[in-house]
Design a protein around this ligand. Structure first.
Ligand code: ATP
Ligand code: MG
Length: 456
């Protein structure tokens, strides 16, 4: 059947039936108007006879009826400006024997005020949603790229090169390296350089979440899942990262019980909310990082071996600073510039003597330690060059000490950590919130470290 070949009587009958609507317009497969009700003609302030038989775009250049014919899909409750007012219109394809033979637009002119208010409300909500989405992306998105990972040493170039090879695939990456080497920087860069760059980058520090909340933070929960659970439930980090990347920092701190659930997400993409019954599916690339020896944790039955093989399909080793000492001058320059901007100082360079001292230092805290030392020196020096007497006192004694090479690195780090925590706790009269702030860790991390060192 073809609409254009219907008799005048049938078209008139159609017109009568459709006359009951606020407004109706029917076009045939070629886009010519075959029915235009009186109400419709009145709303567009045009004589009906002038519209009938015309090509729809000739009289209504913004009409979407042809789009409906081309796609075969209806367009529901759309706003359309008649040239006099904005009305609601729904458009549907007309089919006969499986073929699209035309399209109909049904307009609603009544109850417009209420409908407009509703439309305005939806539009405002949309604007707000768009704003928060962009803010979320800004806050949670990756901030660094490969260009911000400084260094020309063979060690760092090798690491950057192997990271570049891991950029495209959706395979998990385990980033290994001592504390402060730049693992987080690499995670950001891998996301930023890959096909998911416009999707969320969600960072989770597994050590900072209280153990009993890790599961609900990662996988979300349903309303009433536990006392204190938010009304309406809460999506987990995996859902927030859907389509993008999740970065599980300090993955060695993930409670053993939660590791099995993580394995399921990695294997099947299945996420189930705490207290929920239904599974949801996510597509998330998993990057993780640790400075701990996971193989040792596996031997101690604190980390699942199967999970280790999953998260570590690609492994990326970030070298310690002492293995790339030739990068120290460049990093110094970078951190001096940074400190000048942040702290308002006008330091120009580090003296040759200090550079020499730096190149002999062990750098247990790696690039972060260098950054902190430079920042502090900038504050002390204020301007000009950084001299040896600007260095922190502990640093100078460490330089003089010849015990470094003989002692085991881990015990040195542990000792220094314990001493520093004790010192800060004394300074802040035991106020843990303040101590955590000064030490640049969060409360949970501080608590764990204090426990580890027997300071509780
Ligand atoms: N190659 C680099 N170029 C510039 N800045 C760097 C580089 N590597 C590290 N940094 C800086 O050093 C600091 C520590 O880096 P980051 O947080 O990535 O270390 P990490 O390996 O994740 O440490 P942790 O194991 O303690 O979490 C950050 O301020 C980072 O910007
Ligand atoms: Mg880190």
């Amino acid at each position: 059947m073809k609409l254009e070949s219907l008799s005048v009587e049938i078209l008139q009958a159609l017109d009568t039936v459709l006359g009951g609507f606020d407004g109706a317009l029917v076009i045939d497969a070629k886009g010519n108007i075959v029915v235009c009700t009186e109400n419709y003609a009145n709303a567009v302030h045009k004589p009906k006879q002038e519209l009938l038989g015309k090509y729809v775009l000739e009289v209504f250049p913004n009409s979407k009826l042809l789009e409906v014919i081309n796609t075969g899909r209806p367009i529901y409750i759309d706003l359309w400006n008649t040239g006099y007012e904005t009305v609601f219109v729904s458009r549907y394809p007309i089919t006969s024997e499986g073929k699209i033979i035309g399209a109909i637009g049904l307009s609603v002119f009544r109850y417009l005020d209420e409908a407009k208010r509703f439309a305005q409300w939806v539009s405002n909500m949309n604007q707000e949603l768009k704003y928060y989405k962009s803010q979320l992306l800004k806050l949670s998105g990756a901030r660094y790229s490969f260009d911000t990972i400084l260094g020309n040493s063979g060690a760092i170039l090798t690491a950057k090169n192997s990271a570049l090879h891991m950029v495209k695939a959706p395979t998990p990456v385990l980033i290994l390296g001592e504390t402060g080497t730049g693992k987080e920087l690499f995670a950001h860069a891998v996301h930023q350089a890959g096909p998911r760059r416009d999707r969320p980058f969600i960072r989770v520090n597994c050590a900072s979440i209280p153990e009993n909340l890790v599961e609900s933070e990662l996988f979300g929960y349903e309303e009433g899942a536990f006392s204190g659970a938010r009304k309406g439930g809460k999506p987990g980090k995996f859902e927030l990262a859907n389509g993008g990347t999740i970065f599980l920092d300090e993955i060695n701190e993930l409670p053993y019980g939660v590791q099995a659930k993580l394995l399921r997400v990695l294997q099947e993409g299945e996420v189930d909310h705490v207290g929920g019954t239904e599974l949801s599916y996510v597509d998330v690339r998993v990057l993780s990082a640790t400075s701990a020896d996971l193989t040792q944790l596996i031997r101690e039955k604190r980390f699942r071996e199967d999970l280790y093989y999953r998260i570590g399909a690609f492994q990326l080793m970030v070298p310690p600073l002492r293995d790339r000492r030739e990068d120290i001058p460049l990093l110094c320059e970078h951190f001096i510039n940074f400190s000048n901007c942040e702290l308002g100082t006008s330091v120009e360079a580090v003296s040759g003597e200090v550079l020499e001292a730096f190149s002999g230092h062990h750098w247990p805290g790696n690039v972060r330690e260098l950054r902190n030392v430079i920042q502090r020196c900038c504050l002390v020096a204020g301007s000009g060059s950084i001299r040896v007497d600007h260095l922190p006192p502990g640093f100078a004694t460490m330089l003089a000490s010849d015990t470094w090479p003989d002692e085991n690195l881990e015990s040195i780090v542990l000792k220094a950590e314990k001493e520093q925590i004790q010192k800060v706790l004394n300074q802040v009269a035991g106020n843990r919130n303040k101590a955590a702030q000064v030490l640049g860790v969060n409360r949970t991390q501080l608590y764990r470290k204090m426990k580890k060192h027997g300071l509780l």
